[in-house]
Design a protein around this ligand. Structure first.
Ligand SMILES: NC(=O)c1ccc[n+]([C@@H]2O[C@H](COP(=O)([O-])OP(=O)(O)OC[C@H]3O[C@@H](n4cnc5c(N)ncnc54)[C@H](OP(=O)(O)O)[C@@H]3O)[C@@H](O)[C@H]2O)c1
Length: 339
């Protein structure tokens, strides 16, 4: 690789089911030049997130699909190398959405400057960034946990789930986490301080969840779907709130979902228990709640009320394998690539 090379990973083909390494292609390109109002960034960290599976698919969704041959998209932290905007100078560190590439040109108006002394830079992609905000906005706006209530969340060792449980406890609720495997479960209980944790791979999962929620479930923060939803649904209390944040158990599914059709039975419970089921994409709350979130979350981290775990992989070339693992629970904490 020469000094003038930028490395990027593009979408080579659309996956059917589980993504495979051949769906990605590593390419070299010339380092781009910024125009007026733009900056050139050297990317330091790339966030890997479950939503990227949706961008690999051409199916209609809330955001446009990544085109074949285009770099995979993603949140990034980068250093300004060259600036053609008065608001930024070389050496500034910024949050951007530059995707899976080592250099990128970005519009200055879309960047947020980061203070490296205020918090580790990686937190801008995790607990103090999009996933932490997703937990905050979804739980507090839709879930609205009250003291003494029971809040259940799966993918509880990840950046969204871990923040959901810890914020629920700050608000006086009981937090019950669901995670895959004994190591993650122990971390969720001992470090994140959840009141109870259930391993979703345990064949007794449904019975153990019922035992951990003797007063039923008031808020179920839906991150996964699948067999976890099946275990949660009968335990929901009247007036339970269900922020539907993600369905990672289904992201690799293709074709029709297998029967039998349980929708009429589910709708009967939605009606008779007055359930609130509300899907959301975090950005709908970003303008109104982003600044308050960053201030409140930074305070909770400083006082030890919120802890976080990061899983850092080194080298852009390792991003595809790490991303494939994310959809299967091989990550342990917020997954980030250090370039
Ligand atoms: N709506 C929004 O705006 C928004 C924004 C950000 C994220 N999200 C969603 O929030 C969820 C969590 O995101 P994250 O970034 O915090 O991910 P994450 O927890 O770092 O990673 C996903 C985790 O999902 C779990 N998982 C995968 N398949 C599963 C299955 N079949 N059953 C149960 N658990 C399974 C795995 O953990 P275990 O090993 O514990 O099973 C895996 O580590 C995702 O669904 C994501 O799409 C939504």
């Amino acid at each position: 690789m020469s000094q003038s090379d930028s490395v990027r990973i593009v979408l080579a083909s659309r996956p059917e089911g589980r993504p495979a390494p051949q769906n990605f292609r590593l390419e070299h390109a010339a380092i781009p030049a910024p125009a007026e109002g733009q900056v050139l960034l050297k990317i330091l960290y790339l966030s890997l997130d479950p939503y990227m599976r949706g961008r690999m698919s051409a199916a209609k969704s809330y955001a446009a699909a990544t085109e074949i041959g285009q770099p995979m998209e993603g949140g990034t932290v980068g250093e300004v190398i060259q600036s053609r905007d008065p608001a930024f100078k070389p050496g500034d560190i910024v949050l951007s959405h530059s995707g899976w590439q080592s250099y990128a040109v970005a519009n200055a108006a879309q960047l947020r400057k980061l203070d490296p002394k205020a918090a580790p830079l990686t937190t801008a992609l995790g607990v103090l960034g999009m996933p932490g905000f997703t937990a905050y906005a979804g739980l507090l706006t839709i879930g609205q946990p009250k003291p003494g209530e029971t809040v259940v969340v799966a993918a509880a060792s990840g950046p969204v789930g871990s923040a959901v449980g810890q914020i629920a406890r700050i608000k006086g609720a009981r937090a019950v986490g669901i995670a895959g495997g004994p190591e993650k479960c122990a971390f969720v209980r001992d470090t994140f301080g959840f009141d109870a944790v259930i391993d979703h791979r345990d064949p007794e999962m449904a019975a153990k969840l019922a035992a951990a929620c003797p007063d039923g479930i008031d808020v179920y923060f839906e991150n996964v779907g699948g067999h976890v939803w099946d275990a949660v649904f009968p335990l929901l209390n009247t007036f339970a709130r269900i922020p539907v944040c993600g369905l990672v158990a289904h992201y690799n599914a293709s074709g029709e979902f297998p029967g039998p059709d349980r929708l009429p039975g589910m709708m009967r419970q939605v009606l008779s228990k007055s359930l609130t089921i509300r899907g959301f994409i975090q950005r709908e709350f970003a303008a109104a709640q982003g600044p308050t979130f960053r201030e409140e979350m930074a305070g909770w981290i400083a006082e030890g009320a919120v802890k976080y775990k990061e899983d850092i992989v080194t080298g852009l070339e390792n991003a595809p394998e790490a991303f494939i693992g994310l959809l299967e629970g091989r990550n342990f904490g917020k997954l980030i690539v250090k370039l």
